[in-house]
Design a protein around this ligand. Structure first.
Ligand code: ZN
Length: 280
């Protein structure tokens, strides 16, 4: 029995390494930063700020690939589906969103196809994060029950584009009940439950060998100025819950000495290398 179990684990690991093609599993986790363009023209009042109170009014749209010795986790999926690009290099403009680069070619440049992705998680269901979610329906989807219920409700409400994630309905799914999840079993990549912005918002804590711990914070905050003022956006699902989640993550950041990367923050991502380069 024990031998069988070992053999199965070895086969899974071997399959992953071969699927990764030219990429070999790294000795320690890596984060690839993938660019999905920007959001401009939103009124800062939506976030309870005046323009002059903010260092950067506009947002960047980012997704992350986390590569671990035992597999891969894609976190968020961009704002614009790759199918919306014309292929002639022109940017795609959809309302307040502008995107210059499709997502999957950035993954490919790093050496990964969607079939190499073993786990997939969304910070939350808002459409600026789900653009290419269907591409990852072959992975194990890690989702909070409250979020999944909302996404597949009869008439989903709010900033939501159900067609962009419809394939997740039948994905192999790890359902969480307002709890954290240690994705690869060694404590180095942990999905953390942070409800409030949406019913089942999540962040990911990644322990990197060189840089130390990084929290991929999704939309726990939108502007760094929210961290110092305690203000929450006007459109939170449950602002009091957001404050509890923020306090928990701030305590984690303090205890672990982590960096906190706000997914929409211009300054944070201007300072980071982009795929195919990585942070480790
Ligand atoms: Zn967002």
């Amino acid at each position: 029995m024990a031998r069988k179990h070992w053999l199965a684990a070895a086969l899974v690991a071997a399959a992953w390494v071969s699927n990764a093609g030219a990429q070999r599993a790294p000795a320690s986790p890596r984060i690839y930063v993938l660019e999905n363009g920007s959001i401009s023209g939103l009124d800062p009042a939506l976030f309870n700020f005046k323009r002059e109170e903010l260092a950067h009014v506009d947002f960047v749209n980012i997704a992350y690939l986390i590569v671990h010795p035992r597999g891969t986790l894609m976190f968020d999926a961009g704002a614009v589906p790759d199918s919306h690009f014309k292929g002639d290099g022109t940017p795609v403009v959809e309302g307040v969103v502008t995107a210059t680069k499709p997502l999957l070619p950035q993954l490919a440049a790093a050496g990964y196809a969607p079939s190499d992705i073993t786990s997939f998680a969304l910070s939350h269901f808002h459409s600026d994060h789900t653009g290419n979610a269907n591409a990852f329906a072959g992975a194990t989807w890690i989702v909070q029950k409250a979020e999944r219920d909302y996404m597949f409700a009869d008439s989903p409400q709010g900033i939501i584009q159900p067609a962009t994630y419809a394939a997740l309905r039948n994905a192999k799914t790890k359902i969480l009940n307002d709890e954290d999840f240690d994705v690869f079993g060694d404590g180095s990549v942990v999905v953390m439950s942070t409800p409030g912005h949406t019913p089942g918002h999540q962040v990911v804590a990644v322990k990197l060998a060189k840089r130390g711990t990084v929290v991929l914070a999704g939309d726990l905050y939108h502007y760094p100025e929210e961290r110092t003022t305690g203000r929450t956006p006007t459109f939170e699902f449950a602002a009091e819950q957001s404050k509890v989640s923020r306090a928990r993550i701030e305590k984690f950041v303090e205890d672990s000495g982590a960096q906190l990367w706000i997914e929409h923050d211009v300054a944070t991502h201007a300072a980071l290398p982009k795929a195919p380069q990585y942070v480790d």
